[in-house]
Design a protein around this ligand. Structure first.
Ligand code: TXA
Ligand code: MG
Length: 319
């Protein structure tokens, strides 16, 4: 595909090679995953990790997720436990991240995991990221490919919007199928969800045969994805709204207001997975149309609605 963006590439053999060279040389690349796009770099190399933090403007205290092709490639870095093995078997590759104890001999750069004794690992499902992870001899530290605190990108152009030509390679892998970030679960003690996602509490409980608390509602920052202001579209967001102000954009579930241009349905059939898929896309559309404020109707706190509520609550902390 020819396009006017000299750093956005389609995925083919030649560009796969180019990407792998870039990563082998310690540079970073923006890559598609099934959740959102990420900026990936060699997790064993300090200079690559530094580049990622710098590009994003990310506080050093906020650790990165380390991405692997499979368990075999991760074995030297993580201390395995039964919870992890069960969840891995059921959900991986897929949109879930595990916080585990780091092995003493692990080569993961301490900076990548904010000098913690734990690391967050993920085994993404997207075909492109898997074909890259398979061919390199190191895992990828890969946060979402947005500036710190902003909305995660769900296609190559979203990445370009935040970084322009500052990232040499942005691989176009189409629209991310899930549209919000992976579920983050801490397995270093009794399982605790730190960041809700599409793989939800119920399905994890079924696999582990136990009941968890909704700890991610806690104020304490264990996972900086829990930071107060996050996922921000850059304009005020008000949640649990019943009425619509004339000049603001109104997000809701269903089809009721289809003839009013200020109303944006997240899912015409009120499906919460679809609403999660559309959340960041609609944030970006509304911002581009020049609205000064977003109001969001009450979203049920079930299934993917829990993850949606988490993201919009944090987005609502914009001042
Ligand atoms: O879907 C995703 O997970 C995407 C794609 C690109 O894979 N990545 C992503 O990365 O969302 P990022 O950096 O935007 O979010 C990483 C989250 C943060 O909330 C961070 O605090 C948490 O994972 N995290 C990373 N390491 C951790 C650790 N050792 N302990 C607790 N939380 C950790
Ligand atoms: Mg992020």
């Amino acid at each position: 595909m020819k396009n006017s963006y000299s750093n956005i590439f389609t995925f083919n053999k030649k560009n796969l090679k180019k990407t792998i060279n870039c990563l082998n040389n310690g540079d970073v690349a923006a890559l598609p995953t099934e959740t959102v796009y990420g900026i990936g770099g060699n997790a064993y190399k300090k200079s690559s990790i530094k580049k990622i933090f710098k590009l994003k403007g990310r506080p050093k205290s906020n650790p990165l997720i380390i991405h692997y092709f499979n368990l075999d490639k991760a074995k030297n870095d993580i201390v395995l436990n039964d919870y992890f093995l069960k969840l891995y078997k059921n959900f991986c590759p897929g949109p879930i991240t595990f916080v585990l104890k780091k092995k003493a001999k692990s080569k993961i750069q301490p900076l990548a995991s904010a000098k913690l004794k734990t690391i967050a690992v993920r085994f993404p499902k997207h075909k492109i990221i898997r074909s890259i992870l398979k061919k390199i001899n190191f895992p990828l530290a890969m946060p979402s490919a947005n500036k710190s605190n902003k909305v995660s990108p769900i296609n190559a152009l979203d990445v370009f919007e935040d970084f322009k030509n500052k990232i040499k390679i942005i691989i176009n892998g189409g629209r991310s199928k899930i549209g919000i970030e992976s579920t983050v679960i801490d397995l270093t003690n009794f399982p605790t969800i730190l960041r809700p996602g599409i793989i939800n509490k119920n399905s994890i409980e079924k696999v582990l045969k136990l009941k968890m608390k909704q700890k991610f509602e806690n104020k304490k920052i264990k996972s900086p994805g829990m930071m107060k202001r996050h996922y921000s579209p850059g304009i005020p967001v008000l949640i649990n709204q019943n009425k619509h102000d004339k000049k603001s954009a109104f997000m809701y579930l269903g089809n009721k207001y289809k003839n009013n241009k200020n109303f944006f349905s997240m899912s015409k059939r009120s499906n919460l997975d679809e609403a999660a898929y559309n959340l960041y896309k609609i944030f970006r559309i509304i911002k581009k149309k020049g609205y000064k404020k977003i109001q969001i109707n009450k979203i049920p706190k079930i299934g993917a609605g829990i993850a949606i509520n988490d993201r919009i609550k944090k987005a609502s902390n914009f001042k």
